[in-house]
Design a protein around this ligand. Structure first.
Ligand code: ZN
Length: 543
């Protein structure tokens, strides 16, 4: 956003740094076995399509009205626009978008970062935005997108209280398969980024199809806008065209619409069918703040089968396929065949592919024998955008100083100030904890080519334990970053780590060790011990 509170840089530093850095386990996808035993119906996943995909757009960037929506309307594509109700402008045009079938979601009143919330403000930010968007558009608002891709407990509580289906942040589980039991208040998505080439998005669509999953794209700016992460218009159009090419197989629909279908599926699968003679009744409760007129497709078999809802017959769409009204809360079947449920054979999790970076978007790092990054003696780094420090907000991990601040003292080389991470990590289990001190290398959040440099060098002092530094490449699409470990001894010590020592963990997609698209430099606590306390100073890249 253009105003200072929502400046692109702030969104960048907060949202990019929010992704988990310490994902230890190799298995991300939790599978449920659908109800065992026999049942007279089966929900057909994704409205009879092979896969589903939602295009979601954040912040009400005017480029959405000028480019995103006209291009979608032209192709009869519908998506979700998470609007910030407070600074909303061009309301009449947004109303036209709604009339064309676009969905409006809640992105709070002011898009404040939770660190800036006053007591009770999380709730009012969620509820006042809901009320004002509902009043403006005359529709129910059923979806929520977390600002800055963070979901502190107070915000999540307000989202749960309103029973919004909510889009969370990125994560390796962004291919949601019908058999999963998802967290409706925090569904993973994947975000478009300025440097990504069309090939990246094509991979995402192909992986979605291969996994027969639902994937949610979080789109920010498009070329012509200077808001967060504008993507080239050509790339955007190629993505839309690719979706149109695959429209027989992919259900492209708003987040709330696909989410409601899937949620209804889970409710129906959880209902207990009651059989009396040849008649089966299935009753369910519609959740609060749930979209109206949702139809769910069921496969039902039986000789002289009769399907009815509220006493009215339901005609099959095709032999054995019925679209039933979820609003009805009831379904009656005469002569239905009870069959063993085919427990969904879940698709093998699709390994994330590396994002393909458009070479034209890469910035070269300055060419120096020693590239000084920061000695923490002045208010901003010598090289790079701004430091950010933070941790997960699941309530257990503690970290200071948050927000980032320099600390008094430092290495013998620049003894005035340094940076530090002190705190305690939550247990290493889902939801995965993380804590980080990171620096975006480019002010416009473009990837930087560091290939000319051979090593990173810095001073460190601390608890004597192992800690980690990561070079976050833009092409890493699964958070399996290249990292290197170092020890923080009791006395200030200079550490030099050759870039060839950086390596990925074994759970992610292995990439070539090339530091030609580095977005961030991140220090984080080692995983061996929950308590950590270490300092960093005089960070440099050397040839
Ligand atoms: Zn936003």
């Amino acid at each position: 956003m253009k105003n200072s509170n929502l400046g692109g840089k702030k969104i960048y530093r907060k949202s990019l740094a929010a992704f988990p850095l310490l994902i230890i386990s190799g298995s991300f996808l939790a599978f449920s076995s659908a109800h065992a035993g026999t049942c007279p119906f089966q929900v057909i996943p994704w409205n009879s399509y092979k896969a589903a995909l939602s295009l979601t757009y954040d912040d009400g960037d005017p480029i959405h009205l000028d480019v995103a929506i006209p291009e979608m309307n032209k192709r009869k594509l519908r998506g979700t626009f998470f609007l910030i109700s407070g600074p909303l402008t061009r309301a009449e045009e947004w109303k036209k978008a709604v009339a064309a079938g676009q969905e409006i979601g809640n992105h709070t009143v002011h898009h404040k970062h939770f660190e800036d919330f006053k007591e009770g403000e999380a709730q009012s930010e969620v509820e006042l935005a809901k009320t004002s968007l509902q009043n403006l558009f005359g529709i129910s608002i059923v979806t929520f997108g977390y600002p800055f891709v963070v979901w502190p407990p107070q915000l999540r509580k307000a989202v749960e209280a309103n029973n919004f289906i909510a889009r969370g942040g990125g994560g390796p589980d962004c291919y949601l398969t019908p058999d999963m039991n998802p967290d409706w208040y925090n569904l993973s998505c994947q975000g478009t980024m300025t440097p990504y080439a069309f090939e990246t998005y094509k991979n995402w669509v192909n992986q979605d199809l291969a996994a027969e999953a639902w994937t949610i794209l979080a789109i920010h700016a498009i070329e012509g806008s200077n808001w967060y992460q504008p993507i080239p218009k050509k790339t955007y159009i190629e993505l839309l065209d690719y979706l149109v090419q695959n429209k027989k197989d992919i259900w492209v629909a708003p987040f709330g619409e696909i989410g409601a279908y899937w949620r209804a599926q889970k409710v129906l699968e959880g209902a207990k069918p009651q059989k009396e003679g040849s008649t089966t009744t299935i009753k369910w409760e519609k959740p609060a703040n749930f979209p109206a007129e949702v139809k769910v497709k069921l496969a039902i078999e039986g000789d002289s089968l009769k399907v009815s809802q509220a006493g009215k017959p339901v005609k099959p769409l095709s032999p054995g396929v019925y679209a039933v009204s979820f609003d009805a809360g009831e379904l009656t079947l005469a002569n239905a065949l009870w069959k063993p449920q085919t427990v969904p054979t879940h698709k093998t999790p699709v390994a994330a592919k590396a994002a393909v970076i458009d070479a034209g978007s890469i910035t070269a790092a300055p060419d120096r024998a020693v590239l000084k990054v920061d000695d923490f003696e002045s208010s901003s780094p010598a090289y790079g955008a701004a430091w950010w420090e933070g941790c997960d907000t699941n309530g257990v991990t503690k970290l200071s100083p948050v927000p980032f601040a320099t600390l008094a003292g430092g290495s013998p080389k620049s003894p005035g100030h340094c940076a530090g991470l002190k705190g305690r990590m939550a247990p290493l289990q889902a939801p995965w904890p993380w804590a980080a001190l990171s620096l975006g290398l480019d002010a416009n959040s473009k990837p930087v080519d560091l290939s000319a440099y051979k090593a990173i060098r810095f001073y460190t002092q601390g608890d004597g334990k192992n800690h980690a530094v990561a070079l976050n490449k833009a092409s890493v699409a699964d958070y399996c970053d290249f990292t290197a470990a170092f020890v923080s001894p009791k006395v200030w010590t200079q550490v030099t780590i050759p870039l060839t020592d950086f390596a990925q963990a074994n759970w992610g997609k292995p990439l070539e060790k090339k530091f030609n698209d580095v977005l961030k430099l991140t220090f984080s606590p080692g995983a061996a011990d929950p308590d950590f306390d270490f300092k960093i100073d005089d960070v440099e890249f050397i040839k």
